[in-house]
Design a protein around this ligand. Structure first.
Ligand code: ZN
Ligand code: ZN
Length: 401
């Protein structure tokens, strides 16, 4: 409420009546949950627990929200397509305060077809969609997709492989396939201008897999360390951050990035995670988990916290600053990491002051209060709720526009 009072006070002191003085503060969060086997996404009002919309897609989807939260992308690997959903929550920066604009959830007309859609990367409204079965990645903007228009720009990736592209306007960073066998892990990354003009040398990154953004840095995980990408005057530059010699043998192949604090967290063996401070030469700390890791997520609101769910059904709060597990909570039934990697297992999203965890085999979401780290409620979801993203926040709703 402080910004509101401040705006009101400023208006009174200035002797004018500002529309902001009539504004009402409103907070809204929506959960988007895809089914493990069915081609559906359920949009849920997080506060009320009500289903807002049940959208029919072409195939089961992995979900990605953009930084703005205005769009949720449904990457449908088996159906060979990517669709875009307007979340119905948008924010407008008014300088001293932000407005929240709430409207209906809507499946847009945007559809991007291609062989085996894989990794999705968004940076500041620019999106790079990777297709494992194509020798080109496709770049487009969130703005076009939200309007239902697909105007992708192709970027050559050499040969079809399981890799990643990172969008930087006219440039992109793309993985470099193994020249002997493109079905193996990529060997490096390169900067490409336009469709296929390489800028500079290939940066070595054997075994490249896993990537995440944190602040102005985008990181790719390699067997040897991380590649850190930062744009200088709009042109991406790549440097290598080697793993610390003090780490045991291993490497990361899945990364998440901190928001508000610049850090990365990776897997490092099945039952450990590694906390990475990219500003330090020896900024790697291992955290031993009690059992194998199922999923992890960084808290954008309380940026020092990372949540990890392990196969024993426990949710852990890891404090990046101390490098310790601060709290653990029994949440779901056990979900063994034996079996297929794509079996239904819990996934984590953060919706404001709540941590939301899917429990696919029990058809529900568990909601945990982030402050007390206790479970507060459940939301039932039809089918096998699997992937989840949350969008929302607080802002002004003006009585007069
Ligand atoms: Zn406003
Ligand atoms: Zn992958």
């Amino acid at each position: 409420m402080r910004p509101f009072k401040y705006a009101l006070l400023s208006a009174l002191l200035a002797g004018v009546t500002m529309p902001a003085a009539l504004a009402e503060e409103k907070e809204a969060w929506r959960l988007f949950v895809s089914d493990h086997g069915a081609a559906t996404v359920t949009a849920i009002d997080a506060e009320k627990g009500d289903v807002l919309e049940r959208l029919s897609l072409k195939g089961p989807a992995g979900l990605y929200r953009t930084d703005s939260g205005e769009t949720v992308f449904a990457v449908q690997g088996s159906a060979g397509t990517v669709q875009a959903v307007r979340s119905g929550i948008a924010f407008d920066d008014h300088g001293d305060h932000g407005d929240i604009d709430i409207s209906d959830v809507k499946l847009t007309d945007f559809a991007l077809a291609g062989g085996k859609p894989g990794h999705f990367v968004e940076l500041r409204g620019n999106i790079a969609m990777w297709f494992d079965g194509e020798d080109k990645a496709q770049l487009f903007t969130e703005r076009d997709a939200a309007r239902g228009e697909a105007k992708p720009r192709p970027v050559s990736v050499g040969a079809a492989h399981h890799g990643v592209a990172v969008p930087y306007g006219d440039y992109a960073v793309v993985s470099v396939p193994n020249p002997e066998d493109a079905s193996k892990r990529p060997i490096g990354a390169r900067v490409v201008k336009g469709e296929d003009e390489q800028v500079g040398a290939v940066a070595d990154c054997p075994g490249l897999h896993g990537s995440a953004a944190s602040g102005s840095i985008y990181a790719l995980a390699c067997n040897t360390g991380l590649l850190l990408i930062e744009a200088k005057d709009g042109v991406p530059e790549i440097r290598h951050l080697p793993y610390s010699p003090s780490l045991p043998e291993g490497s990361a192949s899945t990364l998440i990035g901190g928001k508000g604090i610049r850090y990365f967290v990776g897997n490092y063996g099945a039952d450990r995670i590694v906390l990475i401070d990219p500003a330090e030469a020896d900024g790697f700390r291992l955290v031993q988990l009690p059992t194998r890791r199922v999923h992890f997520a960084a808290d954008p609101v309380r940026p020092q916290f990372v949540y990890v769910i392990t196969e024993d059904g426990k949710l852990h709060q890891v404090n990046f600053l101390t490098g310790m597990i601060a709290h653990s909570l029994d949440l779901t039934q056990p979900y063994s990491m034996d079996g297929h990697w794509s079996d239904p297992r819990p996934r984590i999203a953060i919706a404001g002051d709540e941590i939301v965890v899917t429990d696919p085999l029990n058809g529900k979401l568990h909601l945990v209060d982030a402050a007390s780290f206790t479970k507060t409620r459940e939301i039932a979801v039809e089918g096998v709720p699997f992937n989840i993203v949350a969008v929302g926040g607080g802002g002004h709703v003006h009585a007069t526009e």
